[in-house]
Design a protein around this ligand. Structure first.
Ligand SMILES: Nc1ncnc2c1ncn2[C@@H]1O[C@H](COP(=O)(O)OP(=O)(O)OP(=O)(O)O)[C@@H](O)[C@H]1O
Length: 356
């Protein structure tokens, strides 16, 4: 885990990327389906930020929106910033360069992320040269060998000649990470990067990500439903539910002292955090996105629900200013006697995605 972000008493690092009041709507017959509702979080440069939540909570959509990799016709509101540039306002060529060299993505299924008919080496050379067209084929190839060695693929020279079907899932995920690294990106997005892998390979890939963050200062955003993945890796944790952020803060603090009942319940489902013999599940299901309740989306599953929770949607407010720990729960806010502050939000402006 890096030590750069939001250290108490120090100036927080400038955000590498930031979502500010982001909404995402997808077109469908009968009216748009809203997937994200005013999602805001910052990813300090050099940090690891995890997006956690059950399936369908909007983690992937939030992560993919950072690279504008949303389905065609998606309407995006709010601001998505990469440093001081607005990702939504990037022209085609700027966006291509951003995706080729600054921000790279690793998806859950390594098999479908690679071309089956091209050797690993050819794909790595392409990746390197799309980020830096001035590289010769030989230079790109030696960079590929270097990065294959960095992700600890034995005998990288000969493995470059292999085709994807000749490699295991764990090796392919390493190849994908190496393929991202040849572009020398600043930001690596990982969408459930270990879900398709066996447990020991999962641990090795997580160790590798941790090492890349520490040694290369790579900023990492990782979307996962598995809180054990996050525990030793992420500096900050963003917990999502039904398309909203319900809690956000330093991972250790959120895990040791979860404020939102959903975060607490989610932690109980993680094997290492569960003290009982059997793994718990959270009773009930998240609400359908086209039938969200007017109050708190978690109210129907929460053991602390009051009448007010059904009628009033809680805003995400600071519960610990120095650690930038926020939660969206009326009960927590009431217990604090209203001393918590709601963040300032901006007026959303919508853009329509046409290139993904
Ligand atoms: N292209 C799409 N068309 C229609 N609905 C979509 C589309 N993409 C996502 N959704 C819906 O948006 C919601 C959020 O999806 P998203 O993949 O962001 O969630 P997630 O938390 O990453 O879940 P998972 O871990 O299952 O991927 C889900 O209900 C999903 O069905």
């Amino acid at each position: 885990m890096s030590t750069t972000p939001t250290t108490v008493g120090l100036e927080p690092a400038a955000p590498a990327v930031e979502l500010d009041d982001v909404t995402v709507r997808l077109p469908r017959a009968g009216g748009d389906l809203q997937i994200l509702h005013g999602v805001s979080f910052k990813v300090p440069a050099g940090s690891v930020v995890a997006l956690a939540g059950e399936s369908g909570s909007g983690k992937s959509t939030a992560a993919l929106s950072l690279m504008r990799l949303l389905p065609w016709g998606a309407r995006v509101g709010g601001r998505i910033m990469a440093g001081d540039r607005d990702v939504a306002a990037m022209g085609k060529e700027e966006l291509r360069r951003f995706r080729a060299s600054e921000a790279r993505i690793i998806l859950q299924d390594p098999w479908s992320s690679l071309h089956p008919m091209k050797s690993v080496g050819a794909q790595m050379v392409e990746s390197a040269r799309s980020a830096d067209p001035s590289l010769s084929k030989e230079q790109a190839r030696s960079l590929a060998v270097e990065m294959m060695a960095k992700v600890r693929i034995p005998d990288p020279e000969s493995r470059l000649k292999a085709y994807p079907h000749e490699m295991s899932g764990g090796q392919l995920q390493r190849v994908l990470i190496a393929m991202a690294l040849v572009a020398k990106p600043k930001l690596l997005l990982c969408d459930e990067p270990t879900t398709a892998l066996d447990v020991s390979t999962q641990a090795q890939i997580l160790d590798l990500l941790r090492e890349l963050n520490r040694e290369m200062g790579l900023t990492i955003v990782i979307a996962t439903h598995d809180l054990d993945v996050i525990a030793g890796l992420a500096d900050r944790l963003v917990v999502m539910y039904a398309g909203r952020v319900v809690e956000e803060g330093p991972t250790k603090q959120v895990m040791a002292n979860p404020q939102h009942p959903y975060t607490w319940a989610l932690l109980q489902t993680a094997p290492k955090h569960n003290t009982g013999q059997r793994m718990r599940t959270i009773e009930g299901r998240p609400p359908a996105l086209d039938a969200l309740p007017s109050g708190c989306s978690f109210a129907a599953r929460c053991q602390f629900t009051t009448d007010e929770c059904h009628g009033t949607r809680p805003e995400l407010v600071l519960v610990d200013e120095s650690a930038v720990h926020r939660t969206a729960c009326l009960r927590v806010q009431a217990a604090a006697g209203g001393k918590h502050r709601a963040p300032v939000t901006t007026t959303p402006v919508e853009t329509v995605s046409e290139e993904a």
